[in-house]
Design a protein around this ligand. Structure first.
Ligand SMILES: Nc1ncnc2c1ncn2[C@@H]1O[C@H](COP(=O)(O)OP(=O)(O)OP(=O)(O)O)[C@@H](O)[C@H]1O
Ligand SMILES: [Mg+2]
Length: 305
């Protein structure tokens, strides 16, 4: 795997308090990684270390192979970021903001590049207007243009959809996928909108009290270990009796449907067994956990740790 972000045993102390506790994870090229966790968990602190606004107390961060401690310049050249709010000057036009940002960061950025990126994020018609007249969605697109101006390999976004309307959120999600799928960009995004993260991300990490408590691949088919299935049968009474004698975990959902919790590999046997007792099966379907359900079950499990 080609990792563009590598975080190794990173901790951060702020005023003798350990805010981040020995976190390690990697993000691969072209991957969209969702960074989740309750308020105050430490997401922004990790992100601030990734973009070199603050330094880890210990541990290593590598960006496209460059250690941000020793190879700061090369590492930072690969990153575009919006942290909480894009840094915009209200009294300047959209164009002037982009130009200013370009001059501050990378003098090789041309007028043509500014116009190109403005058209990509669909802001070119408003470029001459002062940013104070922009709507939230326009500000966010201008922020994205700013972050993408120098063609970074990695885009880091801290709660980028805060305050956007449903259409703005959807557009944003499509654009993030486009950057990853068509341009191979690596994107790390923190958000509290779990359903959005579920639609947009390849993988997630959950952080709580400064510890990484979960890494989960959202794209891999789940192993269905002790998975829940819904089964529609011709006779739930009979089916319940039979499943009861086998000491299986199940419940009746409605007069025709049973919910059964077993490993997937045991399903054929159960189906055969039901059939052989003249219980007819109309369908059987796995119940997949939503990211929200997974999030809450992970957080409550870690409370006991
Ligand atoms: N400069 C600082 N000085 C003292 N404490 C800080 C500082 N920055 C962050 N913290 C503390 O670190 C913890 C993590 O904060 P952080 O902003 O990283 O959380 P977060 O996961 O981004 O939360 P949210 O979802 O609310 O944005 C919090 O308890 C916060 O109070
Ligand atoms: Mg935050």
């Amino acid at each position: 795997m080609n990792y563009t972000i590598e975080i190794e045993n990173v901790s951060k102390m702020i005023r003798s308090k350990e805010i981040i506790k020995n976190i390690s994870f990697n993000v691969g090229k072209g991957e969209v990684f969702g960074f989740l966790g309750p308020n105050g968990a430490g997401k922004t602190t990790v992100i601030r270390m990734l973009v070199n606004l603050i330094r880890p107390t210990s541990g290593t961060i590598r960006i496209c192979g460059h250690d941000i401690n020793t190879d700061r310049k090369q590492a930072m050249a690969q990153i575009g970021a919006i942290i909480e709010q894009p840094e915009l000057y209200d009294y300047m036009s959209g164009y002037a903001n982009l130009k200013h940002y370009a001059n501050m960061n990378d003098t090789s950025i041309t007028h043509e590049r500014i116009m190109e990126i403005a058209s990509v994020v669909n802001i070119e018609k408003s470029l001459k207007e002062k940013v104070k007249t922009y709507s939230l969605g326009m500000r966010q697109r201008l922020g994205l243009a700013q972050a993408l101006l120098h063609k970074p390999e990695i885009l880091i976004l801290d709660e980028p959809t805060n305050g956007l309307d449903p259409n703005g959120i959807k557009e944003f999600r499509k654009y993030v996928r486009h950057l990853a799928d068509e341009h191979g960009m690596t994107i790390l995004i923190s958000s509290h909108l779990l359903s959005e993260i579920e639609l947009m991300c390849d993988r997630i990490g959950i952080i709580e009290h400064g510890k990484l408590i979960e890494l989960k691949d959202l794209k891999a088919p789940s192993t269905l270990q002790n998975h829940k299935f819904l089964i529609k049968v011709s006779d739930t009474e009979l089916a319940a009796d039979l499943l009861g004698t086998k000491e299986l975990l199940f419940r009746k959902v409605d007069p025709n449907t049973i919910e059964l919790r077993i490993p997937e590999e045991n399903m054929p046997e159960i189906i055969q067994e039901l059939n052989s007792h003249n219980i007819r099966i109309y369908w059987a379907a796995p119940i997949t956990e939503t990211l929200e359900e997974h999030y809450f079950s992970t957080l409550s499990a870690s409370e006991g740790m």
